[in-house]
Design a binder for this molecule. Structure first.
Ligand code: NAD
Length: 286
């Protein structure tokens, strides 16, 4: 504990259960001295275990909000300021969902009404949240806003589907709004690009176990866990990163700068050995 967030007030979106990245961020923020408000959709609050987290973190309030609804967001920022007794110093956006993925619609067979939903929940909600907060002047000068993203916004990963487009938009909003909010109120806006992490949303991605193992073998530091991600988010909420804004910050054990690792190649080569040996395990040369 470093008391990095002593006296700060934050809103945490997207904690569903104790696997959620947002859950870990909420716990760490409070350990570092912050007071928080928790939010999620009414359905997620009913189905998940957010009350348990609220009790554990002595949250000032749990306020239901659909992150795609401007009216809900206005109510959230108003009620959160009341519950916390002042302006908000940090916000975590940790919301994503693809109906196309859920309904197993592939990228070359997208349903466009589902695509609208994916973009709204996973990216445009970030714009809505920031725009509402700015219009209400709900974020304190020098505050910090963080969203979670994935490297598939830059490079193609099979099975990540329309969520790759949503993450690209999310990162673009981070830059565009980061400029405006930074210039006017010194509010920082950044994205953390996290390793694959076993959560409810993560588990919904096609071939997720393989993706997790592949990323781990490729990364010199191995995959970053949800707890590691929480640590990184805390630094971004803290006063130690006051000049960091408009960035997509890779928090992935080095994965995003790798081409091929020895651990990756060893695993990949196993299939060749199997293909080129007879039933006694002897290599077939020709
Ligand atoms: N798990 C991974 O591998 C991974 C990797 C990189 C980035 N991320 C990102 O991290 C974030 C958090 O996901 P997670 O992995 O902790 O999974 P999670 O399933 O625990 O969290 C996703 C959350 O989004 C919320 N949500 C969905 N629709 C919403 C709406 N309309 N309004 C408000 N909230 C809504 C859900 O209720 C849930 O709490 C997401 O943005 C995800 O894309 C995850």
């Amino acid at each position: 504990m470093y008391n990095l967030l002593k006296g700060k007030k934050g809103i945490i979106f997207g904690a569903l259960n104790d696997q959620s990245i947002a859950w870990k961020v909420a716990e760490r923020a409070v350990e570092e001295g912050a007071q928080i408000v928790l939010t999620n959709t009414a359905v997620a609050i009913r189905m998940g275990t957010l009350d348990e987290l609220a009790e554990k973190t002595k949250a000032a309030a749990v306020i239901p909000a659909d992150a795609t609804s401007v009216a809900d967001l206005e109510n959230l920022f108003e009620e959160a300021q009341k519950a916390l007794g002042g302006k908000i110093d940090f916000v975590l956006h940790s919301c994503a969902m693809s109906v196309n993925m859920r309904k197993k619609r592939t990228y070359d067979d997208l349903d466009y009404s589902y695509l609208d939903k994916t973009l709204d929940i996973s990216a445009i909600s970030f714009h809505k949240m920031i725009q509402v907060a700015k219009k209400m002047d709900a974020i304190s000068e020098g505050g910090s806003i963080v969203a979670l993203t994935y490297v598939a916004s830059h490079r193609t990963f099979f099975g990540y589907n329309d969520m790759a487009d949503a993450k690209a938009l999310l990162e673009s909003i981070t830059r565009s709004f980061g400029y405006i909010y930074g210039r006017e109120k010194a509010v920082r806006i950044n994205c953390v690009s996290q390793s694959p992490t076993m959560t409810t949303a993560g588990g919904g991605i096609k071939g997720f176990d393989g993706m997790l193992d592949f990323a781990d073998r490729m990364s010199p530091l191995g995959n970053a866990s949800a707890d590691d991600c929480a640590d990184y988010c805390i630094t971004l909420f803290s006063d130690l990163t006051k000049k960091v804004t408009m960035q997509t910050l890779f928090h992935d054990g080095g994965f995003s700068n790798m081409g091929m690792s020895l651990r990756g190649m060893e695993q990949y080569s196993k299939s060749f050995v199997a293909e080129n040996t007879d039933e006694n395990g002897h290599i077939i040369y020709g």
